[in-house]
Design a protein around this ligand. Sequence first.
Ligand code: AMP
Length: 283
Amino acid sequence: MIQVQLINDLKENVKAAKQAGKSIGFVPTMGFLHEGHMSLVKHAREENDFVIMSIFVNPAQFGPNEDLDRYPRDLERDTKMAVEAGVDLLFFPQAEEMYPQDGGITIRAGAQADVLCGASRPGHFDGVLKVVTKLFHLVEPTKVYFGQKDAQQLAIIETYVRDYNFPLEVRRVPTVREEDGLAKSSRNVFLSEKERVEAPLIQQAIQMGLEDYQKNQDAEKATLVTIQHIENGTSGNIDYVELLSYPDLTNNLSNNKSIILAVAVFFEKARLIDNLILNNKGE
Ligand code: AMP
């Protein structure tokens, strides 16, 4: 596996891959890898000649009181996992090189960022779009892989790529879970033992909410079912529970649209998110 920290070294390798006629599959991450990330690599490996993974804890997507400084990092372990997963090139730039100066131009996500995590983390998705713009230009991927665990991020990036003609294809990868249903996340290490036992209830609660919605077609009631299950069974504090159309993320649930039930819960040291998406056939 090729390991590069500098942008110029990345670009040389990208150029060589392109000249050799290779398709490039790209998996952007913030590291502290787990099986969710590995699943993205597996899909990228199957569909491309050359697989690039980036590890960059992107300061632009963290708010002032968020967990940028204590976000878990372990590049040595990540490197081993990336080798095992079959990554061809690992890019781990430094913030100083990614953001050497501020020219004052910003990229703003649209209405899809006014709800869910965008509402509780102002500017978060602008920061995501900032880094993916740079990474897409540097990596020149044929296909990019994002997890449905971060469904709002995926929806916004799909819109961005479509509306601004990025010459690449966005691939959706299903959420990978622990055996008890908890969505894998780098932040799960911050859960106390007690919280870790409680956390799978989030997924259960989402399922219960969606089942209720399928029966009654009442979004308010369905979200209440989810809220009650989380409140009764966990010590976490709910940030949001919302049932919206997907991927446009509005309250208009009519006419055969896919829907998402999305949840964010604060535990003592970790804010966890999870969701389930039902397509217009109810699957
Ligand atoms: P992160 O390192 O948390 O920024 O995540 C990098 C990529 O991995 C994003 O596209 C996430 O959606 C995806 N991802 C994170 N957790 C999971 C999971 N449990 N299952 C599938 N994809 C995931």
